[in-house]
Write a protein that binds this ligand. Structure first.
Ligand code: HPA
Length: 248
């Protein structure tokens, strides 16, 4: 077993991992540049957990500027083999309203101009990966079972549409995503999932619904304040889910 039992990449609203004890910080310079911040390694639920804030601990890195390659590489270099990405999302499907927690099983990438592969580097060996199932099925199942044991309701499956951000989408853009089969929309799901697969990491996503996506709820406009309030409520459930997962 690797020295790290689980790595968590925290999204908007999750900048420190609550309950992480005896923690040490690792500043990781990588061949791809610096990670979003220090990897914090500590004890949680009797296991070793590594935490990295995707947007930096003061939320200073926007989704399109996150150094996804450095983040994944840093976690892998420290010995992580299983990674849970926690991502704020907007809900498109009617049952995926604010504060719901979804474990998606598919993703469509609408982002652009991001480094999407470790073989984007001069001289690197070209590596094709199977991505039919973008998330690791066993890790998804573990998350869902742990949430059930912790008494936290989750939705099993859904298609995550990864958009560029940092602005939210237009109603027309969301209507298009819906036609494409997306159930959720977020700005950080890709290239993270693909890079994790390139490194042969197990990877799954806990998607926290912060709002109904544009045109999917009753509101004329989406309130950014409400987004953060809903996000805080959903984020509060995350440690209990992961504690259950690590205990088993
Ligand atoms: N769109 C994209 N990303 C998001 C949203 C949204 O509506 N809400 C939270 N993250």
């Amino acid at each position: 077993m690797s020295a790290i039992d689980l790595a968590v990449i925290g999204g908007s609203g999750l900048y420190q991992f609550p309950g992480l004890q005896n923690s040490e910080r690792h500043r990781m310079d990588t061949p791809y540049g610096p990670a979003s911040g220090d990897v914090v390694l500590g004890d949680f639920a009797g296991r070793r957990l590594a935490f990295l804030a995707r947007h930096g601990e003061s939320h200073s890195v926007p989704p399109h500027r996150v150094n996804y390659r450095a983040n994944l590489w840093a976690l892998h270099a420290l010995g992580a083999r299983r990674v849970v990405g926690v991502n704020a999302v907007g809900g498109i499907r009617a049952d995926m309203g604010p504060r719901r927690i979804v474990v998606p099983d598919q993703i469509i990438d609408y982002t652009h101009g991001r480094y999407t592969s470790f073989c984007d580097v001069e001289g690197a060996e070209v590596k094709h990966i199977d991505f039919s199932e973008p998330y690791t099925a066993s890790l998804r199942r573990e998350l869902l079972a742990a949430a059930a044991r912790a008494g936290v309701a989750t939705i099993d499956g859904g298609c995550y549409g990864a958009t560029q951000g940092p602005r939210l989408e237009t109603r027309a853009e969301i209507a298009r995503l819906k036609r494409d089969g997306c159930d959720l929309v977020g700005m950080t799901g890709m290239p993270e999932a693909g890079l994790a697969r390139e490194l042969e990491l197990e990877y799954a996503c806990l998607a926290l619904v912060a709002n109904f996506a544009a045109g999917c709820g009753d509101e004329e406009e989406i309130s950014i304040e409400e987004i953060f309030a809903h996000l805080a409520a959903a984020t509060a459930e995350v440690p209990a889910i992961l504690a259950e997962m690590l205990k088993s």
